[in-house]
Design a protein around this ligand. Structure first.
Ligand SMILES: *[C@@H]1O[C@H](CO)[C@@H](O)[C@H](O)[C@H]1NC(C)=O
Ligand SMILES: *[C@@H]1O[C@H](CO)[C@@H](O)[C@H](O)[C@H]1NC(C)=O
Ligand SMILES: *[C@@H]1O[C@H](CO)[C@@H](O)[C@H](O)[C@H]1NC(C)=O
Ligand SMILES: *[C@@H]1O[C@H](CO)[C@@H](O)[C@H](O)[C@H]1NC(C)=O
Ligand SMILES: *[C@@H]1O[C@H](CO)[C@@H](O)[C@H](O)[C@H]1NC(C)=O
Ligand SMILES: *[C@@H]1O[C@H](CO)[C@@H](O)[C@H](O)[C@H]1NC(C)=O
Ligand SMILES: *[C@@H]1O[C@H](CO)[C@@H](O)[C@H](O)[C@H]1NC(C)=O
Length: 458
């Protein structure tokens, strides 16, 4: 995710501190997920959630002075990234801190998490990773598998984004590499297909790239799922505006990663009454819903090539097929290379997706394993217009197909406008499960296959 169009406009305090702090104990929420088979049903699996390092307290080693504050990096400890790594520690977050400071709460007996958009202390948004041990992220291997979860997005208004996605981070968060002594326990090692700046990278021409598979980027008015293949294996540093895809002269489409991705947003594909706020929509975002994402191989084996990413919804016990595209010359309700190629052509978008190997390439990454991230955020750079409004800005939606992505007005989604109105916003993610195709869900209490779907929405 993080579709940053204007480079350098999302300024998070990219953490450069890499010592493991000892002042505050790390008390991450636990999370129970399930692994499913068709024969054996679903079994509980113990997991956890850890807050990304960028949200954490960073202070001088052996002391209590901030390395980072509202004023930016403290020049005494952090004249440059290398000194900063040596001089600063990344701290743990207590159970109370998760709740009060960051608005992250266990729900449903540890089977889910609620993320508040804002907290009284002034925190906005959060991003967490699923772990399978104190020092390791869980690597999900989803080729020829499906991934399912329940979401409640009814408090996510225009311009907000509750995102659930996979990225190819290191299992240990990069511990031991590059002066990083903290690791996955402290939420280090983030990378994605936008090649964000790593840590306190003073050089604006450097970033960290990796493959990204967006399962769910959504608010109550629009939603998209999007593969972003890259030429990388694991996190890879990029050097320069071309490799990183920065810059304003087409470099976006020259880098290591497909920043645009091949998105399937039903509103953008012309099915405007499929997903939205109310019971007149096929999928009602005012109510909790289950979403299933299937990674289908050409021959139905774990060794096959990824040929299709399929989505279906379950709500009120009914399986709802994803809406079919209504764009002329673009057919289908699932992501395939054919769908992507046709969509890029119809919308006049450059097909970086195919150039970087398309679904076959995405499938290889799914086979290697990816880390699951859950988050809630808003967007100074584009006001989330790429998800729920008109994008790119300045283009006339009635003259170019694909510009209109949702019913929102991006002017009103500027965080300065949006935040005061959405202080009580939140998102819930729960009942995370994965396993064989058609093993993780049932409708009306009895397991149903995809080919039994009654409510096909066209
Ligand atoms: C910070 O790190 C640099 C380089 O390692 C070192 O020279 C300097 O003394 C450190 N400053 C403090 C305050 O620890
Ligand atoms: C910034 O990074 C780029 C790409 O690696 C490099 O060419 C350039 O020399 C660097 N600039 C500085 C000031 O280090
Ligand atoms: C969502 O739907 C509810 C119920 O119909 C309505 O009251 C509310 O204004 C809608 N919100 C938006 C932003 O459309
Ligand atoms: C899988 O994809 C690769 C790369 O496109 C291709 O060379 C190979 O023939 C494909 N395998 C099958 C069985 O289609
Ligand atoms: C659809 O494809 C056909 C055949 O390539 C072409 O003639 C036609 O102009 C296309 N229609 C649109 C709306 O792009
Ligand atoms: C957008 O295009 C339509 C159709 O060509 C035109 O009527 C309208 O005036 C345009 N709007 C703007 C803001 O340029
Ligand atoms: C979007 O909201 C702004 C600010 O209220 C308003 O000026 C503008 O006309 C709106 N745009 C559309 C297309 O409704």
């Amino acid at each position: 995710m993080k579709f940053t169009w204007l480079i350098g406009s999302t300024f998070l305090p990219w953490t450069c501190a890499q010592h493991a702090g000892t002042v505050v104990p790390e008390e991450s929420p636990s999370l129970v997920i399930q692994e499913c088979t068709k024969a054996g049903g679903c079994q509980d699996e113990k997991a956890g959630l850890v807050l990304d390092s960028n949200w954490r307290w960073v202070h001088n080693v052996g002391g209590y002075q901030n390395c980072f504050s509202d004023k930016g990096w403290n020049p005494t400890f952090c004249p440059d990234p290398e000194s900063c790594k040596k001089n600063c520690s990344l701290e743990g977050v207590t159970a109370k801190g998760y709740k009060k400071t960051y608005g992250v709460r266990e729900i449903d007996d540890g089977r889910g998490v609620k993320l508040d958009f804002m907290t009284q202390g002034g925190n906005v948004g959060s991003r967490l990773y699923v772990t399978d041990g104190e020092e390791s992220y869980k690597m999900f291997k989803l080729l020829n598998r499906e991934f399912t979860l329940d979401v409640d997005v009814h408090k996510l208004n225009c311009g907000m984004n509750g995102a659930v996605y996979f990225i190819e981070m290191d299992k240990d968060g990069g511990k031991g590499k590059d002066g990083n002594l903290a690791g996955a326990k402290f939420g280090t090692g983030y990378c994605d297909a936008q090649c964000p700046h790593e840590k306190f990278e003073t050089n604006a021409s450097r970033g960290i790239c990796c493959v990204e598979m967006d399962i769910w980027e959504a608010n109550k008015h629009a939603t998209a799922f999007t593969p972003h293949p890259c030429s990388t294996v694991g996190p890879q540093k990029c050097m320069g505006d071309i490799e990183c895809g920065y810059g304003e002269n087409g470099e976006r489409w020259m880098g290591l990663c497909d920043k645009d991705g091949c998105d399937l947003n039903t509103y953008r594909m012309g099915a405007k009454t499929f997903y939205g706020n109310g019971s007149s929509f096929a999928v009602d975002s005012n109510e909790p819903l289950t979403l299933v994402t299937q990674f289908i191989t050409h021959d139905g084996t774990d060794e096959g090539n990824l040929t299709e990413i399929r989505r279906l919804y379950i709500q009120h016990g009914k399986v709802i097929a994803n809406a079919a595209s209504r764009i002329p010359n673009v057919t289908g309700s699932a992501i395939t290379d054919g769908f992507c190629n046709a969509q890029k052509k119809a919308f006049g978008d450059y097909d970086h997706h195919q150039k970087l190997g398309g679904l076959v390439s995405m499938g290889e990454t799914l086979k290697r394993g990816m880390v699951l991230s859950v988050s809630i955020w808003n967007d100074y750079a584009t006001h989330m217009a790429w998800l729920d409004a008109s994008f790119p800005p300045g283009e006339n939606a009635s003259e170019r197909l694909g510009v209109l992505r949702g019913p929102c007005n991006a002017t009103l989604s500027n965080p300065t406008v949006l935040r005061p109105k959405n202080k009580n916003g939140w998102v819930k993610y729960y009942n995370i499960r994965y396993g064989e195709i058609d093993s993780t869900y049932s409708a009306s209490g009895s397991a149903r296959r995809l080919d039994d779907i009654g409510a096909v929405f066209v």
